[in-house]
Design a protein around this ligand. Structure first.
Ligand SMILES: Nc1nc2c(c(=O)[nH]1)N[C@H]1C(S)=C(S)[C@@H](COP(=O)(O)O)O[C@H]1N2
Ligand SMILES: [Mo]
Length: 426
């Protein structure tokens, strides 16, 4: 507010109220963007309780929690999706988040046998099979290897799977919320494998969890040596129990199912094991009835997180921020385009914040919304040149019966009141 505006009409009123009323003259320019405030708003002119009384002292919450006004920002599940919560999924509230890092307490959960409760003192990680020296590591042993910090997204291969045949769930939390992105601290898996000495016949790795599901997946040894981590921290603190405390496997860019939580066993072998989670599940049924065997990488994808069905435009026409997330298991995101008219016209969005390979990217398109209906879409392109496909293109290539690896373009219909709905424009 400039000094020029500090005088009321009489030119003498210097009270707080007068100052603020006069100050609103400068707000005229803002009226067009819908930001002008009513004269005499008591939230400005009256002293509020929080301004009058002392608040809680330090240590009221030894482990800090979000404001009570953010209580709606939580993971949510879709009760009819699964028969039992121990083998189920809940979803990251993407529509409420910004930036690229997912807070630990909001990372979606996917368990096949519930959350294992493990005292780190009792946890062991074994490496055996085609190795020179079978080894067993305690958590303390793991902490003595050189560690690295890396930011990666994790996406369940089934993310958006319910949308394969058409739009179904009304909110990006549910259509796209099986993704999170944190900074992991861990030991490169290569260091542990080198310690055990992988024999030249060792071509595959079987990773197994210590949970009741004993989740097991085969991973090619090249990937294990390239960039996998055995991680014990997320966003600087210990992994949450839901995310595999005390230790999980990080398999950058590849489907979440391979990121074994509560990691207890690594077996080196000469061929893939063909476990349940890589045969009956997490394979892609094609139109001709054959199934695609291994589809490891999570391909280029994006979604507009706001506005979206759970985050309507509440402020009316004028200045409006469109924002969303883009990611690729094959590298960095080079470009995101946004369409307001169902894919007829595209404009480049602004990617803001760090652009890290195999991590979430945040994009914005700042528009002056005229209050007319929109069919909002985003389309990402990664550094390998791969472009996010239309859903019809996916169905043409893979048929109607697929579930996994749906990276198709999402559409939100926004009406004149700013209410958004999940629709499909193929
Ligand atoms: N041990 C074990 N690891 C597991 C699972 C599991 O049930 N048990 N679920 C897998 C699946 S399907 C996914 S998508 C990711 C989910 O990781 P998150 O719960 O940290 O989001 O963990 C994977 N690792
Ligand atoms: Mo998954």
């Amino acid at each position: 507010m400039s000094g020029r505006n500090n005088k009321s009409k009489s030119g003498v009123d210097t009270s707080r109220r007068g100052f603020l009323t006069a100050g609103l003259a400068g707000g005229a320019a803002l009226a067009a963007t819908g930001m002008a405030r009513a004269n005499g708003d008591p939230l400005i002119t009256e002293i509020q309780d929080w301004n009058r009384y002392l608040g809680d002292g330090v240590d009221a919450a030894p482990y800090g929690m979000p404001s009570e006004f953010e209580a709606h920002v939580v993971r949510r599940d879709v009760p009819w999706l699964t028969a039992d919560p121990v083998s189920s999924v809940n979803f990251t509230p993407l529509h409420e988040l910004d930036g690229i890092i997912t807070p630990n307490g909001l990372c979606f959960e996917r368990h096949h046998g519930g959350v294992a409760e493990i005292d780190p003192a009792d946890h062991r990680l074994m490496i055996h099979g085609l190795v020179e020296r079978p080894l067993v590591f305690t958590m303390q042993d793991l902490m003595r290897f050189p560690r690295e910090n890396r930011i990666y997204f994790l996406e369940c291969a089934a993310n958006s799977g319910m949308e394969w045949r058409g739009s179904q769930l009304n909110g990006c939390q549910f259509t796209h919320g099986m993704v999170h992105c944190v900074v992991y601290t861990g030991v490169p898996l290569k260091y542990l494998l080198d310690e055990a000495g992988v024999k030249t016949s060792g071509k595959w790795l079987l990773a197994e969890g210590a949970d009741a599901a004993a989740m097991t997946r085969s991973i090619p040894i090249e990937k294990a040596l390239e960039d996998c981590l055995v991680a014990f921290k997320m966003n600087g603190e210990a992994l949450r129990p839901e995310q595999g405390y005390p230790v999980r496997l990080v398999v950058p860019g590849w489907e979440g199912n391979m990121w074994i939580k509560w990691l207890r066993r690594l077996e080196v072998g000469d061929e893939p094991w063909g476990q349940r989670e890589e045969t009956s599940k997490y394979t892609d049924l094609l139109a001709n009835g054959q199934a695609r065997r291994h589809t490891w990488a999570m391909e280029v994808k994006s979604v507009i997180t706001s506005p979206s069905p759970q985050a309507p435009i509440a402020h009316g026409p004028g200045r409006t921020v469109i924002t969303g997330l883009a990611w690729s298991g094959n590298g960095r995101i080079d470009r995101v385009d946004v369409s307001l008219d169902g894919g007829r016209n595209w404009r480049p969005a602004r990617i803001d914040g760090p652009s890290i390979s195999k991590a979430l990217h945040r994009f914005y398109l700042d528009i002056d919304w005229d209050g007319s209906e929109m069919l909002l879409q985003s389309r990402a392109m990664d550094e390998t040149g791969m472009i996010q496909p239309m859903k019809d293109e996916l169905r043409a290539a893979r048929g109607e019966n697929s579930i996994y690896h749906n990276n198709g373009i999402q559409t939100w219909h926004v009406n004149g009141d700013g209410v958004a709905e999940n629709v499909e424009v193929s």
